[in-house]
Design a protein around this ligand. Structure first.
Ligand SMILES: *Cc1c(COP(=O)(O)O)cnc(C)c1O
Length: 407
């Protein structure tokens, strides 16, 4: 494997997960390029002895029963593992939220305390408040920009630290190496929602994270047509993660795994375009009347920009703008007339999206203070010149309504 480790990430994207036993026929020459869709519930055995033998051995990447997957899902999981240096393995889930929930269940037990970034994805918070709390697990929210979390150890031990960087909706960058170093020194397991950067632009495990979680729904799938999540863990945690996923009966359909694997092959070129187009749009927006701030980690004004520059090898297509004044109606006027942006949840597909977001509603340890309402943009693969013209007209509508009819 050490030879393989020298491959650069783009080479891995093209090669990962294509084991000969998944692309060829035993004893026959030739191989197809991509592992096909293996649909299965029942697996047939030669006889009782073989059935018993299968049940008594590890079922990881072995045909056993449909719930344990088939080569289609194993191939995708292996490819995601190869993309994350330091990883032992990856489990797949029917959504990003399912991956977050199961990873947390794998590391926590009743009585434990969990530190959660205050900027975390709001369904992650809901899981903590509505499910973990019921199991006697306490979630403590911390300022994502804090550099020391010692204060939280005063009231008792902490079991797990959850990171999300940049933060959902507000895009603060966390000091991941400092926080994972602190966690290791205190025997705390770290989990990170790495959906924004993906392992391509932020290999989380090499920065000390124990379990790296992706909403594959976003950039891995990349085409807005499949829901999926993944959790990739170090050797220390993968066994627990895998066992918990099995016990919860978590799996993905082979058709979805195949679509996600197809998406993964082009992750490199797609992200490069999302990155460049989003930067072009963000830099233009920064100087527009009506825009108070652009929340984009690659712009020098964004909180944590220096950390982003130090730790990440790229930025992606999702960022926010804080409008200068204006109300709900003025924000809606901006969004509703857009010709090239869809209005809807999710992101990471090839198409652009605009979403009104209200970060203040999902905070407890910090306060969100802003000059006006926030719009989150996902910059797709359209020509950025068209997107800029569209936003230009949108900002004109916004200012007209904000200023009471004066354009
Ligand atoms: C969308 C998203 C998730 C959840 O993924 P689903 O597949 O929609 O369940 C988790 N984290 C982040 C940062 C997301 O944007």
């Amino acid at each position: 494997m050490s030879d393989e480790d020298k491959r650069r990430p783009l080479t891995k994207l093209a090669q990962a997960g294509r084991k000969p036993e998944w692309t060829g026929m035993p004893g026959q020459p030739g191989a197809i390029v991509s592992p096909p869709v293996w649909r299965a519930s029942t697996i047939l055995y030669d006889d009782v002895a073989h059935l018993r033998k299968a049940a008594g051995s590890s079922t990881h990447e072995r045909l056993f029963y449909g719930r344990k997957g088939t080569p289609t899902a194993w191939s995708l999981a292996d490819a995601l593992t190869e993309m994350e240096p330091g990883a032992e393995g990856t489990m797949l889930f029917p959504s990003g939220v399912a991956a977050i929930a199961c990873a947390l269940m794998a590391v926590l037990k009743p009585g434990d305390r969990l530190l959660m970034a205050d900027s975390a994805y709001d369904p992650t918070r809901n899981f903590c408040e509505q499910t973990l709390r019921g199991f006697g697990i306490e979630t403590i929210y911390y300022d994502p920009q804090a550099v020391s979390l010692d204060v939280y150890l005063k009231d008792g031990p902490v079991r797990a630290l959850f990171l999300e960087s940049p933060g959902s909706l507000t895009f603060e960058v966390q000091d991941i190496p400092a926080l994972t170093g602190w966690a290791k020194a205190n025997g705390i397991v770290t989990l990170m929602d790495n959906t924004w950067a993906t392992p391509l632009y932020f290999p989380a495990l090499t920065h000390g994270v124990d379990i790296s979680i992706l909403a594959c729904t976003k950039y891995i799938v990349g085409h807005s047509d499949v829901m999926m999540g993944s959790a990739t863990a170090t050797a220390q945690w993968f066994g627990r993660l895998r066992q918990t996923a099995y016990l919860f009966g978590q799996m993905v359909s082979p058709d979805d795994a195949w679509l996600a694997a197809r998406g993964l092959r082009t992750l490199g070129v797609r992200l490069a375009q999302h990155r460049d187009s989003a930067l072009a749009v963000a830099r233009w927006l920064k100087d527009q009347p009506g825009v108070a701030r652009v929340l984009h980690p690659a712009l020098p004004d964004c909180p944590g920009h220096a950390l982003w520059q130090r730790d990440f090898s790229g930025s992606t297509g999702l960022f926010g703008i804080v409008l200068e004044g204006g109300d709900e109606a003025a924000r809606a006027a901006l969004i509703d007339g857009l010709q090239h942006f869809g209005v809807g949840y999710s992101w990471g597909g090839f198409e652009s999206l605009a979403l009104p977001v209200d970060p203040a509603r999902y905070r407890s340890a910090t306060r969100w203070e802003a000059e006006g309402p926030v719009v989150r943009l996902h910059i797709g693969l359209e020509d950025p010149t068209d997107l800029i013209a569209d936003l230009d007209a949108g900002l004109t509508r916004f200012r007209a309504l904000r200023d009471g009819g004066r354009a």
